[in-house]
Ligand binder design. Sequence first.
Ligand code: PEP
Ligand code: MN
Length: 595
Amino acid sequence: MIGAFEGIDGAHSQLALEAYFRARSGAEGASTLGTPSFRAAAVAVSAGRADVGIVPIDNAIAGTVRDGYDLLLEFDLIPVAEVVWRMDHRLLGAPGTTLDDVREVLAHPLVLAECGKFLASLPNARAIPCEDTGIAAREVSRAGSSGLAAIAPPSAAVRYGLVELAPRVADHPENFTRFIVFRGRNTSHPALAVDESDGPRKTSLILVTSNAAGSLSRCLDIIAAAGISITKLESKPTLGRPQQAEFYLDIDGDLFDAEHAQSLADLRAAALDVHVIGSYRANAHVAAVPAGIAAPPIPLRDAMPSVKLAPQKKSSGASNTPRAARDSRPKGTRVRASGVEIGDGAFVLIAGPCSVESRQQVLETAFAVRDAGALMLRGGAFKPRTNPYAFQGLGWEGVTHLCEAGRATGMPTVSEVMSIDQVERMAAQIDVLQIGARNMQNFDLLKAVGRTGKPVLLKRGLSATIEELIAAAEYVLAEGNPNVILCERGIRTFETVTRNTLDLSSIPVLREKTHLPVIVDPSHGVGVRRWIAPMCRAAKAAGAHGLILEVHPNPPEALSDKDQALTFDDFREIVRELERVPIFDASSDKATLGA
Ligand code: PEP
Ligand code: MN
């Protein structure tokens, strides 16, 4: 069995995972796989490169780790067990260092938050956030005695040849972190069976309620009436939706037990939305506190194990795109990008300029489209142009302006990534990575965006069939990234009066064949400003989950795609018209569910 964690050897997540393995019969010989982030650990499990993963969900001192909950939901992962891990924080330095020498303390940001009082007691030392505990210890070891120290557990001292400069540096001795061990939806290692059948259980869920008086208390009453106790309740504002609040709840027991079926149904009726993260074995393991630095070393491994992608269980239709197939997720996927969700239940407008041309242009457009009702901001920085002498986009400068406009307006950003070498830097800044029509079958690029785990907006190729679009999406999904939005943007036909032929019939087909959200790009679809509005109305009526539209402060001056750029007034008018088109309710039309 292989378990993925964030960090390198010595990270707390790895120690907690190893303790979990030690306590499971059938997990002997299990190994751990270090990854660069919590997200990468989720991707590794989702892709089958690891059987389980581990993420922290809260710490007694520092509080909830939202990423932990959000990733489980976003990647549709199954929580298996809770591991309550005592964090043993010591200040470690290279041999010869004294506490007075220390000028910089490296630690994971969560660990820094847990040790604030001790850090404040070191007047000459600055706290430096670092990717993880293992890396902090390794850096100190590499630097030798240079005034650098790390906060890490005793086992890291043994592993990296460090000495203890101060014991117990956490703000409180009872410093526990709760981790969740999770697995992918379609695979379960036999050693996990015990956690899925025996022992006390907990359930984690997110309740979305309206702001109206009493809406949270109605939900809590339902839980109380079922005799379920709540072990945690924390609120989080829903960004951009002041009328709504989200509550992170942990409750005792298994909400999926038959005895709670009615309570769960009542809860769903009382709340605006209930996202059940899952039920899992409570308190699967509490680690003993190792005494001092003589804690037994954990054997070093030379390299990460290299494993082949586990083949996905074939769905009943035995399709060759099993991860995209509707029957692998019959309820449909909702892709979440920084607070905005695309999928059943909402109709999302993405708008902005074809190309980012200047800071002023994208800021002005961003405010105009947001105020009109757009929820996401588009803007190309790297432009795929037919002619090499045409405007190629502002590149990284354009990305900077787009991100500023996104932050200023509170909208997640969408921008096209054209090559593999752009992927990592784009993924660090942009919320949704667009794969343009010309790159729909650039398979290495698809794999690269898949590995980021970031939402991907995949456009249909210029002359790609629907099946080819689905197969392209499968490339991203096969990397363990479930966050794909399909985009119909018109295809090449014998017709020349429109720029492309907007194939609105792909909407019901894609919705029947896949569980992925489908959006439409009428701007590129017709290429002529005055024909865009009717296609917007038709796309919504046909069941699209949203639109992506090009808007410019002064279309005749646009540096790319000026004939199809909407003015701010055009865009406002389209939003007004769309209000009169109802959101298509898939549950009312069996055909679209493939039933
Ligand atoms: C764009 O969205 O600006 C774009 C280039 O689109 P497509 O890849 O669909 O041509
Ligand atoms: Mn364009």
